[in-house]
Design a protein around this ligand. Structure first.
Ligand code: ATP
Ligand code: MG
Length: 301
């Protein structure tokens, strides 16, 4: 069985492990950060509004600029990229809402990660979010969870605070304070927020675990995409992978070594679904290299 098959073929036993891991991470709060009780958390989560609430900020994203720098933005003439992201999105949407969703816990929560820096996580996360939001019947919430080096907000040009970190750190910040609606009706963004000394602990906190649980339960019609740091460079990616139902592992073609990919796959062993995207391919790849690869990005089976 190939390494990717191993990752994709998730057993019921893994599901049980994933639940206990979630509990483990939820309990693993540091003494050094402000303690937030379950009661505090539930109080703040109760006021989670509908993300389409008109009171929320609407941010006008410069789609032309995004299209010019290679994103599959609305109106982009890059039809090849638009088609590739449609293909990448399909199994994720099916796993979240279709027949494939049975047995996947929090299937509508998707983490985009990679082994190493610069493999294309943010590029993939934004393109996937755009592709999903452009289907008029689907809504997507894009969360910048690369809190040490946030780039979703930078790329989209969203200059908004507070973000995820302030929400996790402060009892008085509500979900409605951190969500930014965009000029695409189906696309909302949660920026990372300010740099924080204990960002890893905040992402591993009870409040984060309850936050993602709430996202999954309250917005079952919405896909939530988390952009994250590289798995082998920081621990946050691994922590986040235990909170979501699906993981997309971005692999930079002709660059990332197979043993490096294997190390990442091992870190994702407790995740329900792991799909791999072969990114930055320049030509048709030999299918015996990692698997199938073509064009912008493609799943490896
Ligand atoms: N398929 C692609 N085609 C063209 N350019 C790409 C592609 N994927 C990524 N890039 C470019 O490569 C660079 C690195 O991509 P990106 O920032 O998405 O990587 P990352 O994995 O998020 O990096 P980091 O680990 O620093 O967060 C960016 O300039 C991005 O625009
Ligand atoms: Mg990034």
């Amino acid at each position: 069985m190939s390494i990717i098959e191993k990752a994709i073929n998730k057993s019921i036993q893994d599901e049980a492990n994933s639940d206990s891991n979630l509990k483990h991470f939820a309990e693993k709060e540091s003494n050094e950060i402000k303690k937030v009780t379950v009661e505090d958390t539930l109080k703040s989560i109760k006021v989670m509004p509908d993300v389409n609430d008109d009171k929320n900020i609407v941010f006008d994203i410069d789609w032309k600029r995004l299209s010019d720098i290679g994103f599959a933005a609305p109106g982009s003439s890059n039809t090849e990229a638009i088609e590739e992201y449609r293909n990448i999105k399909r199994p994720l949407v099916n796993n979240a809402f279709g027949k494939g969703s049975e047995g996947i816990v929090r299937a509508n929560l998707i983490l985009i990660t990679s082994s190493l820096p610069r493999e294309g996580k943010t590029f993939t996360a934004i393109n996937l979010a755009l592709s999903i939001a452009n289907e008029r019947d689907k809504k997507v919430l894009l969360i910048d969870a690369d809190v040490a080096r946030p780039s979703v907000s930078k790329v989209l040009g969203i200059n908004h605070s507070p973000g995820l970190i302030e929400y996790l750190d402060g009892a008085d910040i509500n979900f409605s304070d951190i969500i930014v609606r965009t000029s695409i009706p189906g696309l909302s963004v949660i920026p990372a927020g300010k740099l924080h000394k204990y960002s890893t602990e905040l992402l591993s906190s009870n409040k984060m675990a309850l936050f993602v649980e709430e996202l999954s339960n309250r917005y079952p019609d919405r896909l939530v995409i988390f952009d994250s740091p590289p798995l082998l460079a920081a621990t946050q990616g691994e922590v986040l992978a235990k909170l979501v139902g699906q993981v997309v592992l971005v692999i930079e073609a002709e660059q990332t070594l197979q043993n490096v990919v294997m190390e990442s796959v091992e870190k994702l062993a407790s995740c329900d679904v792991v799909l791999a995207v072969f990114n930055k391919t320049k030509r048709n790849m030999d299918i015996n290299y990692y698997g199938y690869g073509y064009g912008y990005g493609q799943y490896v089976n």
